[in-house]
Design a protein around this ligand. Structure first.
Ligand code: ATP
Length: 295
C-alpha cells in the first residue's frame, strides 16, 4: 500500500498561444505545486482480472466510478504495463473541484506514481508522463510537481528555478468553471487567433526574479489570459481578489481556468488574516506555500 500527496497547482503565468487543428490549445504556462493537497492511498494485488474501486472522503460531489480521473489512471497504467489485478484507491479530497487547481489531474498523477512504485517502477518518469497526457493536459506536470515551464498542450515540461518560498493563500467560492467552456469563451473573444507575442519575454522576467530569490518583485509579471473571460460571468473572482488586496496581497489573481484565486503575501500573519476574511465571506480558503518537485 502506498500513500501519495496529490498537490494542487497554481499558474503564476498562463497564456494561450495557439489553437491546433485537433481542437486542443497550445499554452505557455508557469505551473507551481502548492502545499494544499489531497491524500491518495493505493493498494494493488496482482490477479487474472482487473477491478478498480475508489472510496473517498472530504467531498461527496466527487465521482467514485470510472468518471474519476484516478480510476482512469489506474486502468491506463495497468494496460500500459500489461498487468492485471485489483486496485483499491482511497482519496481524501481537500482540493476544491473544478476550480483551476488541477485536483483531478493531481489525483490521477498520484495513482500513476503509486502504482508504478507498487509494480517495481517499470516505467520511467517520461513514460509515466506519456500515460498521463492521455488522461489530461495537466497530468504530466502533476506527475513531476515543483516549478516548471509548461508548453504544448501540457506535455512539454522544462526545468525553471524553483519559486522562492513565500506565503500564499488559495481561495474559491461558488460554482466551478468547466475548462472546455473557458477555452470556448477565449476562442470567441480572440476569433481563434492567438499569438506568442509577449509570453517568452514575460516568462524570462519571472524566472530571472525566481533565480534571485525575489518572489515579491516577480509578482508584477504574473498573468492569466483566462481573467479576460471568467470573472465577467463569475462574480466571486473579483470579490475574492479584492479581499486579498485589502489584506495586503502583493498579487491576487485567478489560477488556471478559475474560479479559484491565489494571493501572494509578504508575511504569514497577513496571509492568515486574509484567509480568515475570505472564510467569513463564504469562501473555501487555505494558507499554503510553494512545494518542490516529488522525489
Ligand atoms: P484543471 O485545472 O486541470 O482544469 P480543475 O481543478 O479545474 O482542473 P478538477 O478538480 O480536476 O478541475 O475537476 C473537474 C471535473 O472532473 C470535476 O467536475 C469532476 O466531476 C471530475 N473529476 C474526475 N475525477 C476527479 C477527481 N479525482 N477530483 C476532482 N474532480 C474529478
Amino acid at each position: 500500500m502506498k500513500t501519495e500527496r496529490a498537490n494542487a497547482k497554481i499558474n503564476p503565468y498562463l497564456d494561450v498561444v495557439g489553437l491546433r487543428e485537433d481542437g486542443y490549445h497550445n499554452i505557455v504556462s508557469i505551473m507551481q505545486t502548492v502545499s494544499l493537497c489531497d491524500l491518495v492511498t493505493v493498494d494493488f494485488h496482482p490477479g487474472v482480472h482487473t477491478s478498480i474501486r475508489i472510496s473517498a472522503s472530504g467531498n461527496d460531489q466527487m465521482p467514485t466510478d470510472c468518471r474519476n480521473l484516478a480510476w482512469r489512471a489506474a486502468e491506463k497504467y495497468l494496460q500500459r504495463v500489461q498487468r492485471a489485478g485489483s486496485v483499491q484507491i482511497i482519496i481524501q479530497k481537500n482540493i476544491p473541484m473544478a476550480a483551476g487547481l488541477a485536483g483531478g489531474s493531481a489525483d490521477a498523477a498520484a495513482v500513476l506514481r503509486a502504482l508504478n512504485r507498487l509494480c517495481g517502477s517499470p516505467l520511467t518518469a517520461e513514460e509515466l508522463c506519456e500515460v498521463g497526457v492521455t488522461l489530461g493536459a495537466d497530468v504530466p506536470f502533476c506527475i513531476r510537481g515543483g516549478s516548471a515551464l509548461v508548453r504544448g498542450i501540457g506535455e512539454r515540461l522544462s526545468e525553471i528555478p524553483a519559486m522562492p518560498q513565500g506565503h500564499l493563500v488559495v481561495a474559491c467560492r461558488g460554482e466551478g468553471v468547466s475548462t472546455p467552456w473557458a477555452y470556448g469563451a477565449l476562442d470567441e473573444k480572440y476569433g481563434k487567433h492567438y499569438s506568442q507575442s509577449t509570453a517568452t519575454e514575460t516568462v524570462k522576467h519571472i524566472t530571472e526574479e525566481w533565480k534571485n530569490q525575489s518572489l515579491l518583485t516577480s509578482c508584477a509579471h504574473f498573468y492569466n489570459v483566462f481573467e479576460e473571460v471568467v470573472p465577467t460571468v463569475h462574480g466571486h473572482v473579483e470579490t475574492l481578489k479584492q479581499i486579498m488586496r485589502d489584506g495586503g496581497a502583493v498579487q491576487a489573481m485567478m489560477s488556471g481556468s478559475g474560479p479559484s484565486v491565489f494571493g501572494v503575501f509578504e508575511g504569514q500573519d497577513a496571509a492568515f488574516e486574509a484567509c480568515a476574511r475570505l472564510r467569513e465571506a463564504g469562501a473555501a480558503a487555505f494558507v499554503c506555500h510553494p512545494c518542490e518537485k516529488y522525489e
